[in-house]
Design a protein around this ligand. Structure first.
Ligand code: ADP
Ligand code: ASP
Ligand code: MG
Length: 411
């Protein structure tokens, strides 16, 4: 029988009533003749609560136990949905990550899926099971410990199953009816896109649009999974939502497809660093070893053999970053006069494959920001995106101004 993967996020399984509605949707696809793999998240708010409890046990907790605790929300929803489907007369069974097994590497709290052997589920489907309800976000390491895939990781579970089981489609059901030109919570002018190219979705996700986890888009692109984002609260239809697809399958698109943002960023400057070959490696090597995700980097003009080095990072990694560079200074690997951390910045980005062939996007972006009196602190560009770092208090205003400037409300 053809197979389908359906993924339901936290708000879609927030209580038993919603789980019953999910079961109905799954029942519709089963009645069409699909064998269905349903991937579920924890009830909304649950994972945050679990993360909070782990944090309260101490600052330097064991990452293996973090995963043991934080993965548990998905076990509850998987079991409850299987029970509800059984109530509806559907042959359904729940599967935790280790039972499938979803094999991952050992990077606890941000593990990557290595393989999903299909034998276990295949045998059950052959024996009459119609729905496998899989707990998203979790797997098992080579050492036999439970792992999790990073926040939002159930999307990645879903796409990985679609690839491993050769599913006809991977439907990501969520609380919005598709991918928008920007987060609809920031501006009511945000417009739903019928289609978006993999490359654009990949950039939007990695620049902060949390509607899909970045890794899920990467996997869909690599394994050619037909990926759709749609609402679990609206009527079902075959052309609902947004299809994430190849660039060639999109007839016409705007130069800029969307605006993404990442609210909680920080900017760190090492003042007056000796400017000599190898200095960047001496700074960013220890930061990488400390697990700091450095994003934008700017080196100022050197004067008298010294220079300022500025970089951005997630705000919750500032303490770790500061320790890493101060330790490097103590080891006499680097030398700087001062360290300034600005914990009040956000990153706002415009993304579009049309930028490859259109000049002037950057100028238009900077003009729109300056018209609102927003100062740009750092800029980075790539072939299909431009990102700026600005004061956090202007983040919403910047997103709205850019949405207007690129006329994203229009097709
Ligand atoms: P789920 O719990 O279903 O995984 P998430 O909260 O992870 O849902 O993702 C859905 C949310 O992503 C939406 O409610 C929306 O606020 C946010 N979002 C951010 N950027 C976008 C965008 N460009 N298009 C649609 N939603 C977006
Ligand atoms: N429950 C996990 C989280 O909140 C995984 C997910 O929802 O995708 O991050
Ligand atoms: Mg999500």
């Amino acid at each position: 029988m053809p197979r389908l993967v359906m993924k339901f996020g936290g708000t879609s399984v927030a209580n038993l009533d919603r789980i019953r509605r999910v079961a109905k949707r799954v029942g519709v696809e089963v009645a069409k003749g699909y064998d269905v793999i349903v991937v579920v998240s924890a009830m909304s708010g649950k994972t945050n609560e679990l993360v909070g409890w782990v944090g309260e046990t101490g600052a330097f907790y064991d990452a293996r136990e973090y995963d043991a605790v934080v993965s548990s929300g998905e076990n509850v929803t998987a079991g409850l949905l299987a029970l509800t489907l059984q109530e509806n007369g559907i042959d359904a069974r729940s599967w935790q990550g280790w039972q499938v097994p979803v094999q991952t590497n050992s990077s606890h709290s941000s593990a990557r899926i290595a393989a999903i052997p299909s034998d276990n589920l295949d045998a059950k489907f052959a024996g009459g099971m119609r729905v496998a309800v899989v707990a998203g976000f979790q797997g098992i390491s080579p050492e036999g410990r439970i792992t999790t895939l990073g926040r939002g990781g159930s999307d990645t579970t879903a796409v990985a199953f679609a690839a491993a089981f050769d599913a006809e489609r991977c439907d990501i059901y969520t609380d919005v009816d598709g991918v928008y030109t920007t987060d609809p919570r920031i501006t009511s002018k945000a417009r739903k896109l019928d289609r978006i190219a993999f490359e654009e979705m990949l950039e939007l996700a990695s620049l902060g649009a949390k509607v899909l986890q970045t890794r899920s888009v990467e996997l869909a692109m690599r394994y050619k999974v037909k990926l759709r984002v749609l609402s679990s609260f609206e009527e079902m239809s075959d052309d609902a939502g947004t299809l994430v697809c190849d660039e060639e399958d999109i007839m016409e698109s705007n130069v800029v497809a969307g605006v993404a943002f990442s609210r909680d960023e920080a900017k760190m400057t090492l003042v007056s660093v000796a400017d000599r070959p190898g200095v960047s490696a001496a700074i960013f090597g220890p930061l990488a070893e400390a697990g700091v995700n450095v994003d934008m980097i700017v080196q100022n003009i050197a004067e008298d053999g010294r220079t300022d080095m500025t970089f951005s990072l997630p705000v919750d990694q500032v303490a770790r970053a500061e320790k890493a560079v101060r330790d490097a200074m103590a080891r006499a690997e680097i030398n700087f006069h001062d360290l300034i951390a600005d914990e009040g910045v956000s990153k706002v980005s415009v993304v579009g494959i049309g930028m490859r062939s259109h000049a002037g996007v950057a100028a238009r972006m900077f003009k729109a920001l300056s018209a609102e009196g927003i100062n740009i602190k750092v800029i980075t560009t790539s072939e299909i995106k431009i990102s700026v770092l600005i004061d956090r208090k202007y983040m919403e205003l910047a997103v709205q101004a850019l949405h207007d400037a690129f006329e994203l409300e229009k097709v």
